[in-house]
Write a protein of this length. Structure first.
Length: 281
């Protein structure tokens, strides 16, 4: 677990790969406005938490419960990235008094169904990991070019590559996490969310991992949920444009009082959502 920064507490939940270290750029940027707490998902090396098969998906709920207990905080903003969006949403449904705001970044929707790409890799996740890494890099090429248009800017990805190598993924754990999804009724959970919610996506043609139209489904499931498009990003906005990402989150939290959801949904452009985001674009 990492606990840095000062300000209102924000719990940042990693994606399918399970490692908070992969989100270090976002952690650093968010820590300028928040007390950021993040962690590695249960079962992985470095998490300090054994995966209990009896708990299934709720291993992750228990992890967040322990964060509250260990830190002494009573309520926090919750931000889930990709697969972590489902974890954040379920926690907000189960523990509404603890969640002040809910941020869903390129998040899988409550009615998500695995696609053919996953069905291919699930057969031999460890053996196929090199191919998975290669295709993931190919999918991200257009986004990196858009978010980091100069060679100097792209050099920022070198430290990220080092972080990825120093915090390796466990392919079998990733498969297990995916196989937990159909065991849950997330569509029932989402109806119990009471925190103000923000869905953040990249541009439609740049996110080929979780297409933005999937994350936008939260606008139907959560009346009053807001939507921001983080321009020039796809699925990696927390890494490629962390300052802009953090500015959007900070703006949403500061301008939206915690409490019952509003009556209608709305979509913001990045420019209208955050003056600070424009400064770092």
């Amino acid at each position: 677990m990492i606990d840095i920064g000062q300000g209102p507490p924000l719990i940042l939940i990693p994606g399918l790969q399970g490692r908070w270290e992969w989100m270090r750029p976002a952690v650093t940027a968010l820590a300028r406005s928040f007390r950021v707490i993040s962690f590695t998902l249960a079962g992985d090396w470095g998490s300090g938490t054994r995966f209990d098969s009896r708990l299934g998906f709720d291993n992750f709920v228990v992890q967040i419960d322990r964060i509250f207990e260990d830190t002494g905080i009573t309520a926090a903003d919750l931000c889930g990235v990709s697969y972590g969006g489902l974890i954040a949403m379920r926690y907000a449904a189960l523990r509404p008094d603890r969640v002040r705001h809910l941020v869903l970044a390129s998040a899988l929707p409550p009615d998500y169904e695995a696609d053919e790409r996953y069905q291919f890799y699930r057969r031999a996740p460890t053996l196929l990991l090199p191919l998975f890494a290669l295709t993931a890099a190919q999918r991200g090429t257009a986004e990196i070019k858009a978010a980091l248009p100069t060679v100097r800017e792209r050099l920022r990805m070198v430290p990220q590559a080092v972080r990825v190598l120093s915090a390796p993924v466990w392919p079998r754990h990733m498969r297990r996490r995916m196989e937990l999804i159909p065991t849950m009724d997330f569509r029932a959970d989402v109806r119990h969310v009471r925190a103000p919610a923000l869905a953040i996506t990249g541009e439609d043609d740049l996110d080929q991992t979780v297409p933005p139209h999937l994350t936008r489904r939260y606008l139907d499931w959560l009346p009053g949920a807001r939507h921001v498009v983080l321009e020039r990003t796809g699925h990696m906005g927390t890494i490629t444009r962390p300052e802009a990402f953090a500015a959007v989150v900070q703006e949403f939290v500061s301008r939206t009082a915690p409490g019952p959801l509003a009556a209608s949904s709305s979509t913001w452009s990045e420019a209208s959502a955050s003056r600070s985001a424009r400064k770092v674009s």
